[in-house]
Ligand binder design. Structure first.
Ligand SMILES: [Zn+2]
Length: 131
């Protein structure tokens, strides 16, 4: 059965058994988990924070951004959770899967590059000064 709505439940640790229709979120471990909205029973974990998803909770329910793309799962479902409602996207094409992965990698590279770049620059200028 498809899930139409999610409500937010704040937890410290993820429960071993997830209930459908509940988006569990742990601020402490910056992670959220829910059962795939298509009803396949797969657990979907989403990392929260600058490299992952943004989670907000409104009057009618939680919003997770960007969309949930379960292309690594057999069902390959793709949907948004917006104000507690599940908004379905059409199935992924193989191209979209590749695009999505590429975009994710680029985002990650850019993030680490910025951070490590700064560190390397500092080391380099420090070494220069020593010479
Ligand atoms: Zn599914």
């Amino acid at each position: 059965m498809k899930t139409e709505n999610f409500r937010l439940e704040e937890v410290e640790f993820m429960p071993a058994k997830l209930e459908p229709g509940i988006l569990y979120a742990s601020q402490k471990y910056r992670t959220a988990a829910h059962l795939c909205a298509c009803g396949c029973g797969e657990k979907v974990r989403t990392q929260l924070g600058p490299l992952g998803w943004r989670l907000t909770n409104g009057r009618t329910g939680p919003t997770l951004f960007p969309s949930i793309g379960n292309w690594q799962k057999p069902c390959r479902s793709h949907y948004f959770i917006s104000n507690g409602r599940v908004l379905w996207r059409s199935d992924w094409t193989d191209e979209e899967v590749l695009e999505g992965r590429r975009a994710e990698e680029q985002q990650r590279d850019a993030y680490f590059h910025n951070h490590q770049g700064g560190w390397r620059e500092q080391l380099r200028s420090w070494l220069k000064r020593r010479r």
